[in-house]
Design a binder for this molecule. Structure first.
Ligand code: PLP
Length: 410
């Protein structure tokens, strides 16, 4: 008899976005003529940069000839891409890595979800709240999260660090030690960031407490302000306590192409139960070589093209497009009387619901009265209650029309 991993049964039956889809579908059935604008799911709408497309076409041609054909590649990624990453994303900030410290993947979701494979099931875990749900759900699957308390919406073995308007979305450093802490900056869903000084407090905490920081920088390319760190490794000592996840999804419109990377510095170690220090780089390399067969050659060539002068220019144009959307939306929402956070260094706007309405009630009203789909903040964690997320990834006309509708409605 095969026994299931019962931790999976602890997870709520449906995912946030399928609950939203059900609500939108029932609205469409009852209001077939209404035109809905979707600003809920964090997917991009601009086509791939021309430089990436050209590189993909060329890579397809490489595969068509025996002399240039590529079969299985290195599980860790091709050196041509790893070198471009190190040279462009890190070296200009004074951060130096060897090729074996960077692992190319098929997107940050896989690695943020799988990193727990190399960590014991009984580590304590801390998350900022609200948060990208993958961090928690992957810990539920491995048995690390404990039990769900239905009333509070919290898992018993997870420490939640609230990020709300009361603390200006800056998580308080815990007063106890935690083994693993997830940080995501610029943040999904709140769109807020930490300054270098604030992030340094976390690195200092981690070094003092032997904590491992899992730092998700999927939205790094959207940072506009100077004092916001692009990488946790800008902070001294972070190589000894942090793994960083990056994604080309939002940087270059790769949500459908699938590529990102993870940095596991050689200096980073964690402990066995008997106190022996082990390099996490070695464990992650072993994990990847066993369970992952690499990202496709075509995809990695496309990612390499992001770092060419044309690629850089084209991705900047797309990011500017989305950030202009964010600016238009923020201004319109504020002039409609709403309180809005984020949208300055991230493509997410985090709206305080009016009159302390619940997230789902505001979601329903927005759908039924303005025909706009957002994402209820509470879907990202208990401290998201009373907020709603809108994304700036839509087409410009849709964003403008959505703002016009909200103004008329409020
Ligand atoms: N991390 C965060 C914070 C995200 O919001 C997302 C996607 O929305 C991901 C990771 C996943 O990105 P990818 O498409 O690279 O898997």
């Amino acid at each position: 008899m095969a026994l299931v991993n019962e931790n999976f049964l602890k997870l709520p039956g449906s995912y946030l976005f399928s609950d939203i889809a059900k609500k939108v579908n029932s609205f469409k059935v009852t209001h077939p003529k209404q035109d809905i604008i979707r600003l809920g799911i964090g997917d991009v709408t601009r086509p791939l940069p021309e430089a990436c497309l050209e590189a993909m076409h060329k890579a397809v041609n490489d595969l068509s000839k025996a002399e240039t054909f590529r079969g299985y590649g290195p599980e860790q990624g091709y050196d041509f891409l790893i070198e471009a990453i190190i040279k462009n994303d890190y070296a200009p900030r004074g951060i130096h890595f060897s090729n074996s410290e960077v692992f190319v993947n098929d997107g940050a979701k896989s690695d943020t979800g799988n990193i727990g494979d190399i960590l014991r099931h009984d580590n304590s875990v801390g998350v900022t709240d609200p948060i990208y749900p993958v961090y928690i759900d992957s810990n539920v699957m491995s048995g690390r999260a404990g039990e769900l308390d239905i009333e509070s919406g919290k898992w018993s073995n997870i420490t939640y660090m609230p990020c709300t308007s009361e603390n200006n979305f800056i998580p308080q450093i815990p007063d106890k030690r935690i083994d693993i802490v997830y940080l995501c900056y610029p943040n999904n869903p709140t769109g807020t960031t930490l300054t270098k000084a604030e992030l340094k407090k976390w690195v200092d905490y981690a070094l003092e407490n032997d904590t491992l920081i899992l730092f998700d920088a999927a939205y790094e390319a959207y940072i506009q302000e100077d004092d916001v760190p692009h990488s946790i490794y800008e902070i001294k000592g972070a190589r000894k306590c942090a793994i960083e996840f990056r994604s080309f999804s939002k940087t270059a419109g790769f949500t459908g192409v699938r590529c990102g990377y993870t940095v596991v510095p050689k200096e980073l170690t964690a402990s066995t139960i008997t106190g022996e220090r082990v390099e996490l780089n070695k464990l992650w390399n072993r994990r990847q070589s066993t369970k992952f067969n690499g990202t496709s050659y075509i995809t990695q060539r496309a990612a390499e093209a992001i770092y060419t002068p044309e690629g850089k220019k084209q991705i900047k144009e797309n990011i500017d497009y989305y950030m202009t959307n964010a600016g238009i939306m923020k201004e319109a929402l504020e002039s409609s009387g709403l309180t809005v956070y984020g949208g300055v260094n991230a493509p997410y706007l985090w709206i305080k619901t009016p009159n302390n309405m619940s997230s789902w009630k505001f979601f329903d009203q927005l759908l039924y009265e303005a025909n706009i789909v957002g994402t209820p903040g509470v879907g990202f964690g208990p401290s998201g209650e009373g907020y709603l997320r809108l994304t700036a990834f839509g087409e410009r006309e849709n964003c403008i029309e959505a703002m016009r509708r909200i103004k008329n409605w409020l």
